[in-house]
Design a protein around this ligand. Structure first.
Ligand code: SF4
Length: 685
């Protein structure tokens, strides 16, 4: 390990290899310390929780630590990200530099690979099938499919992005890899299959870049004693580690809705999966359709009743029945006794067909998977309505109107039943027992402690490390708190205050401002009330509403200085706008988790049941992490300068406010009149 530590120094120090290759590289002690800590955890087989403040250069820190160790010991490290932009940055920008530096150090054999799920790769057999059926029919997509066929010959990795033409999703779904429709070694294309070839490359890689969902897919498959997606690996690093718990819950959720069930029967009716074409004849399809009718007849009343109850509650609470709504299921909901009968009858019927018609391996596997899916309809419905799984699960009903919802749409179709695990402990404990894991992110700690995140992940023993941001917050960032802001729970007074307060701020910044909201409704309301004033002031207001494209909004925001962006949800993190384009960040309400969110309610209830204080143990650590993320949007480079304005006086009036403030970067506290010094007169300190 000592030798590897010396190599880390060689790479990062002043006039080290990075500085020699890239004269603009700025050595940072925080980055060297972080790289060494990660290397130490990797070598000592420790789990590590690490927080790296903005500007630390965390990706190079873990990439060099992981790559050196993997090269020296001929091992594999998986690096998992939550978002696509980070994955792209690692593959296209950072890893080529790591490769270049390592080559200078005499490591010529460094191998890294991007691992994606099956559906990102072309399946040559499914494409051939589509080409054949298209040639036999008058398909409107004939020209496009011919082009796909011709272009597919020039692909290296077989990924959708490699095609020089746009492939609509409905066509891609017919030709991409699908585990339900793969013939594996029975496939005539097996030897040249893009997916199989990718998997061979992954087994030889030192670094595999994946995402959190793929890591969980792999874990779930291996946990069920099946072949995983990823090869055996020796260390795992979760970047954007603060999102692991959320991805975990979504990944292992159980869900059922009428449209999901309909889509399964549509697949059968159209014999979408290759094996179905040889196994099901017209008679079989007719028979299956009859079972489908009976199943729907049993389930529809269950969903209709739930939809009706939700609508009644909405009316009682003064909400429109067209609004999305979620309700926690806390006590079992009765369901009709006989609903399982047509499902089990259909399964029996399919088992008979399987005996008669499924002689080949792909057909047997395909049929087994179809039966498992049908079984899961009954299992999930019972699991959710019975509130099974105890306090480890949250169960709820969600009613989300489709975008084009009209008065005639049957509301039962909008209802989804969902159960999500609320603790990652059971699944992740198996992972922690098998491989040392590092979690890293810019926001992991609360008040210099990792207790909160460790508890949520079920991590009992771990090393930890905080690399402070190298940015000079004290001189480059001003923090202003609106001390007179009314309590945000008084909605009318608060929104009126926001409108006037924002006018004051924006008349000083003249644009270049990101305003973060915690709800779309408040964002929209304040946006509409300010629109006329903004027009008169020659500032351009951009509103982030649920269906607006995030990337497009960011591009528009960066295009001119007079832009003001009102953002919600995803805008609190992951936005990286260095330079003058973003010089002021306004946090409206403190970003407390929504207490009516079923998952939040379920998590807080478990804490209370165990005699804990859910406000102190869950709500406060959460709001600290989210506030840190919001504030972190401002200073992105050593040269950046600007103002942070918090328009929620609870941060100074409530006792928990101190904890939040203590966790924020050390910006200088000041008054609103100082804002122009930080936003307009950038060189003045
Ligand atoms: S092995 Fe599976 S994914 Fe690969 S070409 Fe054959 S059927 Fe498609």
């Amino acid at each position: 390990m000592k030798r590897l530590m010396e190599k880390i120094e060689e790479i990062f120090v002043n006039e080290g290899i990075l500085s020699r290759i890239f004269p603009s590289y700025q050595p940072r002690t925080q980055q060297i310390d972080l790289a060494k800590k990660i290397l130490s955890a990797i070598c000592h087989e420790e789990h590590l929780l690490a927080e790296a403040g903005t500007g630390t250069g965390k990706s190079f820190a873990y990439l060099f630590a992981a790559a050196l160790w993997a090269l020296e010991h001929d091992k594999t490290v998986v690096i998992s990200t939550n978002t696509l932009p980070l994955q792209t940055q690692l593959m296209e920008k950072d890893l080529p530099i790591v490769e270049q530096v390592l080559a200078q150090m005499g490591y010529d054999e460094f191998r890294y690979e991007l691992a994606k799920g099956r559906s990102h790769y072309l399946c040559k057999r499914r494409l051939e099938l589509l080409v054949q059926t298209t040639l036999q029919t008058e398909s409107p997509h004939r020209n496009l499919i011919e082009k796909i066929w011709i272009n597919s010959r020039d692909l290296t990795y077989g990924m959708r992005e490699e095609f020089p033409i746009h492939i609509p999703t409905e066509i891609w779904e017919e030709i991409c890899g699908d585990s339900d429709d793969c013939f594996y070694h029975h496939s005539p294309f097996y030897e040249h299959c893009f997916i199989q070839n990718a998997r061979k490359r992954w087994t030889r890689a030192h670094i595999i870049v994946a995402n959190h969902a793929l890591v969980f897919t792999d874990l779930a498959l291996k946990g069920a004693n099946e072949n995983g997606v990823l090869p055996k690996y020796d260390r795992l690093i979760f970047d954007e580690g603060h999102r692991v718990e959320e991805v975990f819950s979504r990944f292992f959720e159980r869900t059922i809705s009428l449209p999901e069930m309909e889509s399964l029967f549509r697949t059968i009716r159209l014999r979408r999966l290759g094996w179905m074409r040889t196994v099901f004849d017209e008679e079989h399809l007719k028979e299956i359709e009859e079972y489908h009718r009976q199943i729907r007849q049993e389930l529809q009343p269950v969903f209709e009743k739930l939809a009706e109850e939700l609508s009644e509650n909405q009316t009682k609470n003064g909400m429109s029945t067209l609004e999305p709504v979620m309700e926690l299921i806390e006590t079992p909901i009765p369901f009709p006794d006989g609903f399982e009968k047509p499902i089990s009858d259909l399964i029996e019927y399919l088992q008979v067909i399987a005996k008669l018609n499924c002689s080949e391996e792909p057909e047997k596997r395909g049929m087994a998977q179809l039966i498992t899916r049908l079984e899961s309809i009954a299992q999930h419905l019972k699991f959710i309505l019975n509130c099974s799984g105890g306090q480890d699960w949250a169960h709820w009903i969600e009613k989300v109107p489709p975008l084009n919802a009209g008065i005639l749409d049957p509301q039962a179709e909008w209802v989804r039943l969902i159960a999500q695990p609320i603790s990652a402990r059971t699944v992740l404990s198996d992972l922690f027992a098998s491989v040392p894991v590092t979690f890293i992110s810019a926001t992991m700690s609360t008040g210099n402690s990792f207790d909160f995140i460790a508890k949520r992940l079920g991590l009992d023993k771990y090393a930890h490390f905080i690399a402070d941001s190298p940015f000079d917050y004290r001189n480059n960032a001003l923090l202003v708190i609106s001390e007179t802001a009314p309590d945000p729970r008084d909605e009318a007074a608060y929104s009126a205050f926001l409108v006037e307060g924002l006018k004051r701020v924006l008349s000083l910044t003249r644009g270049r401002t990101l305003v973060l909201f915690t709800s779309y409704s408040l964002l929209e309301k304040v946006g509409h009330q300010m629109q006329e004033w903004m027009d008169n002031e020659k500032m351009h207001l951009l509103l982030h509403l649920p269906n607006t494209e995030r990337d497009k909004l960011i591009q528009e925001f960066k295009a001119a200085e007079n832009r003001v962006l009102f953002g919600c949800e995803s805008f609190w993190e992951g936005i990286d706008i260095p330079g003058d384009a973003l010089s002021c960040v306004v946090l409206t309400k403190l970003p407390f988790a929504n207490p009516s969110d079923p998952l939040v309610r379920a998590k807080t209830k478990v804490i209370e049941k165990n005699n804990g204080n859910s406000f102190a143990e869950f709500m406060i650590p959460n709001v600290i992490l989210k506030t840190k993320q919001g504030v972190g949007r401002l200073i992105r480079t050593m040269e950046d300068r600007g103002a942070i304005i918090i328009m929620d006086s609870r941060i100074i009036k409530k006792s928990y406010g101190k904890q939040i403030l203590a966790s924020l970067p050390p910006a200088r506290r000041g008054k609103i009149k100082q804002v122009p010094d930080y936003v307009l007169n950038k060189n003045k300190s």
